[in-house]
Design a protein around this ligand. Structure first.
Ligand code: NAP
Ligand code: GCO
Length: 265
């Protein structure tokens, strides 16, 4: 039955950084599909606040504080989930940061910080949950990539390097873990209206014009657009999809661009 394909009842889902934005949209849709949703964040306050948001959708979210870049904190957090909720069936490596600084101006510590959060941390968390998924011969891992997994642009060198690496890390996790019936895929959002893009979207920022011109759909994506793609990759419907990055970008990667005018050349 078609509904059974997307039924996540009995599954435990962990969405890192799931207190708002894309992570919360994913948490909500997986919760609506029946999963027990766990989210972590750096801030206890944001975790407390997000509970009410999830509750509006009838989701009793399980929350815990840990920094995804700290192996000991990740180990402790996942052990707590395994003890109090159950072993993780669906991992969404969503937590991420961006720093928009030209290469020559970017301190190396800042570059390393972005790499740590956006590339190393997804590996830390996946390495912690994969052994039990392998034992169960079942698991879904979704790494939050980006269109910057394939494109560069001025000022986002660390972010693009991390997201490009995460695309290939997704391939390598697939090579090693697919034989145990784990499906490891990426999602590559285009330009999505969240706090991460607020500074280049709001206040008539010229970047908004670029996004509107380059995106054939003619709009910014919504977090829910990404959430819906995550439901597919978290469900039985994608059991033979592996090592793939699903771009949720309104067509921007398909479009070189055009000149606005009479004939839209
Ligand atoms: P966001 O609003 O900035 O949310 C990022 C989340 O990650 C926040 O909850 C943040 O927690 C958390 N986080 C950051 N560092 C962490 C750490 N060390 N440990 C635990 N949690 C941490 O961003 P978003 O737009 O929803 O993006 C979510 C993901 O999608 C990111 O990986 C981003 O790179 C990716 N993405 C976004 C877009 C877009 O256009 N928005 C496009 C492509 C890809 P705090 O709030 O406590 O800092
Ligand atoms: C930027 C944006 C992008 C988006 C996203 C695009 O400054 O270009 O923040 O990086 O966040 O990653 O896919």
């Amino acid at each position: 039955m078609i509904n059974e394909l997307f039924d996540l009842k009995g599954k435990v889902a962990l969405i890192t950084g799931g207190t708002h934005g894309i992570g919360m949209a994913i948490g909500k849709v997986l919760g609506q599909a029946g999963a027990k949703v766990c989210v972590n964040d750096l801030s206890k306050e944001r975790l407390e606040t997000c509970k009410a948001e999830y509750a509006k959708d009838g989701i009793d979210v399980y929350t815990l504080v840990f920094d995804v870049t700290k192996e000991e904190e990740v180990d402790k957090g996942i052990s707590q989930i395994e003890k109090e909720v159950g072993s993780v069936d669906i991992l969404v490596n969503n937590a991420g940061i961006i720093k928009r600084i030209p290469i020559l101006d970017m301190p190396m510590d800042t570059f390393r910080q972005v790499i740590d959060v956006d590339l190393v941390a997804p590996l830390i968390v996946a390495k912690r949950v994969a052994p039990k998924m392998i034992e169960k011969r079942s698991g879904k891992i979704i790494n939050m990539c980006s269109m910057m997994s394939v494109y560069g642009r001025n000022s986002v060198s660390a972010y693009a390097a991390a997201k490009g690496g995460l695309k290939l890390l997704t391939s390598n996790m697939t090579c090693e873990w697919a034989k145990y019936n784990l499906q490891i895929n990426g999602i590559g959002p285009g330009y999505i209206a969240t706090s991460q893009t607020a500074e280049i979207r709001e206040g008539n920022h010229p970047f908004n014009d670029l996004v509107m011109t380059r995106t054939p759909a003619g709009r910014w994506g919504e977090p829910e657009d990404v959430g819906n793609a995550a439901l597919f990759l978290a469900s039985k419907a994608s059991d033979f999809v592996n090592g793939h990055v699903l771009y949720v970008d309104g067509g921007i990667l398909a479009n070189f661009g055009y000149v606005k005018g009479e004939n839209d050349l």
